[in-house]
Design a protein around this ligand. Structure first.
Ligand SMILES: Cc1ncc(COP(=O)(O)O)c(C=O)c1O
Length: 516
């Protein structure tokens, strides 16, 4: 009957079949999953209404089953990554006088990519002159699932069409409940994690700010330990913990209450900087005040793609515990699968006291940040850390859809790990050909080309060939690949071919650059 229904003209273009089923309804589960499997359709299950939370124990938990009718109409999930496309940049810079006239000169990315973009899907961005670009920047890891992923987009369209609450301060909403229960079921429980979710303001720096304030409140201490080349955001607390002099210079006031200690590898492979930190904290005359928190990125996204070892990370977590400091992992750029696991610290087997998340959490580029806190440290009084935009309901909807689509099992993470290996291999070939070195981990890797000037030449050459790619590092000396994690193999290979050509062009004549 289902098959007959789906052939009716009115639903011929339908791309998703959604049903809700109670957990114990074996007959319905059998019917729908058999239907999907027989036709090779993939399906996603998302907890919708919980027995205890939503029905006060009076009705069984309802689970939503969404079957993607992928081989009927065009398969929209893959369409964005279609093999038929190729980068085709437009040749001319359009009229951008309005930006010079009216937009603050603080803008940055727009300067190296002077086009006007008007459409994006999957791994592709299009400009208003018909140019097509392969996106190896992905909103600085905000678009791990690509631009306008059809499942996420549909979830948002459905929610808006049904007049779902768009803004509700921090009121309870269906969208928030679904996000929290999906996050609990698909992310926290399988990893044995117990966190409360604090929704700060909408952007990453808000999550860091909340984490630092909370650690200071919990411990009654002021000092925070952050690391060389760390990047945590632009508001004053997060900026104090950021290393880059150029960014710090914009503060206009002293940036205080943070000790910047050496990150893993800062003095070369021979020196264990975790031991140095331990020594400084043990020494009452080192001048380092007892820390409220130790704040760390596992891969320094903006600070040069330095990736710490899991051994070092474990040591830092132990040092924090030993000295009564909260251990905070800033997973804003490296999280949401970028390094091959949902949280970037998972391979270390540690449990941070606080985790900050943002960027790809909403899955669609909608502003959405999260500060995850162990229950015993959830100590802000009601309203003590407030704000108008705490919890973006549209982002709850797309984040829930993203978790259901990509994190219901390990397949996506496995694929990301495979692509990360491929990326490392291709970058290694490029680096070896020019005597350069690699940086990073997983799908967050790049090449150290030794100077910002050379890196800029490479990214400009890539942009001329239709690849959007950016730099990272103290002097912008790292060319960093942040492709969407959903990229298809063919587009990925094509983009990396273009990168190889761009590196060769920029280093023309076989100039070898002393990178380290
Ligand atoms: C690790 C890390 N923390 C914090 C931030 C700040 O996030 P946002 O720019 O959303 O404020 C960033 C941004 O790049 C980041 O990479």
């Amino acid at each position: 009957m289902l098959a007959w229904l789906l052939e009716r003209p009115a639903v011929r273009d339908a791309r998703t079949l959604i049903t809700t089923i109670t957990e114990d309804n074996a007959a319905s589960w059998g019917l729908f999953t058999r239907f999907a499997k027989k036709r090779g359709f993939s399906f996603v299950t998302t907890p919708l209404f919980e027995r205890d939370t939503h029905f006060q124990g009076r009705h069984d938990t309802e689970i939503q089953l969404a079957i993607r009718l992928s081989n009927r109409a065009a398969d929209t999930t893959r369409k964005g990554f279609s093999m038929t496309q190729a980068p085709k940049p437009s040749a001319q810079i359009p009229d951008i006088a309005i930006y010079d006239r009216r937009e603050s000169q603080v803008r940055s990315y727009a300067r190296s990519m002077p086009r006007q973009f008007n459409r994006a899907e999957g791994v592709w961005m299009h400009d208003n002159q018909g140019g097509t670009y392969l996106d190896f920047l992905a909103g600085c890891s905000t678009l791990n699932y690509g631009h306008n992923h059809p499942v996420l987009k549909q979830a948002l369209l459905d929610y808006i069409s049904a007049d779902g609450v768009a803004h509700g301060l921090d009121l309870h909403t269906d969208a928030k409940a679904k996000f929290l229960s999906t996050f609990e079921t698909l992310i926290l429980k399988p990893r044995g994690l117990d966190y409360r979710a604090m929704f700060p303001g909408p952007t990453g720096t808000n999550a860091v700010e909340a984490a630092l304030k909370l650690a200071r409140k919990v411990t009654g201490r002021q000092n925070v330990i952050a690391f060389t080349n760390g990047f945590h955001g632009m508001t004053l607390g997060a900026l104090s913990a950021t290393g880059n002099a150029g960014k710090r210079g914009g503060a206009g006031v002293p940036l205080a209450h943070v000790s910047h200690e050496a990150y893993d590898g800062y003095y070369g492979p021979e020196i264990d900087t975790a031991d140095l930190l331990a020594r400084r904290l043990e020494d009452g005359s080192s001048g380092v005040d007892a820390p409220a928190a130790i704040l760390v990125e596992t891969v320094q996204g903006e600070g040069g793609l330095n990736a710490c070892s899991m051994e070092w990370l474990k040591k830092i977590a132990a040092i924090a515990r030993q000295h009564g400091a909260l251990f905070i992992v800033d997973d804003i750029q490296a999280g949401c699968g970028r390094t091959g696991t949902f949280f970037s610290f998972e391979p270390a087997g540690i449990t941070p006291d606080i985790v900050t998340m943002a960027k790809s959490l909403s899955g669609m580029g909608l502003p959405f940040a999260l500060t995850l806190v162990k229950p015993e440290y959830d100590q802000f009084k009601p309203g003590e850390h407030n704000g108008t935009f705490r919890g973006n309901n549209h982002a709850f909807v797309t984040a829930t859809a993203a978790l259901g689509e990509f994190w219901r099992d390990d397949r996506f993470a496995e694929d990301v790990r495979r692509k990360g290996e491929y990326l490392g291999q291709r970058l290694r070939e490029i680096a070896d050909a020019h005597g350069l070195t690699l940086r990073g981990r997983g799908m967050m890797q790049g090449i150290n080309v030794g100077s910002g000037e050379v890196a800029e030449k490479i990214t400009a050459a890539a942009f001329r060939r239709g690849v959007i790619i950016e730099t990272s590092g103290a002097d912008d000396e790292i060319v960093k690949v942040l492709a969407p994690l959903v990229i298809d193999d063919e587009s990925f290979a094509k983009g990396l071919d273009i990168l190889a050509e761009s590196v060769a062009e920029a280093l023309e004549g076989g100039v070898r650059v002393a990178a380290e």
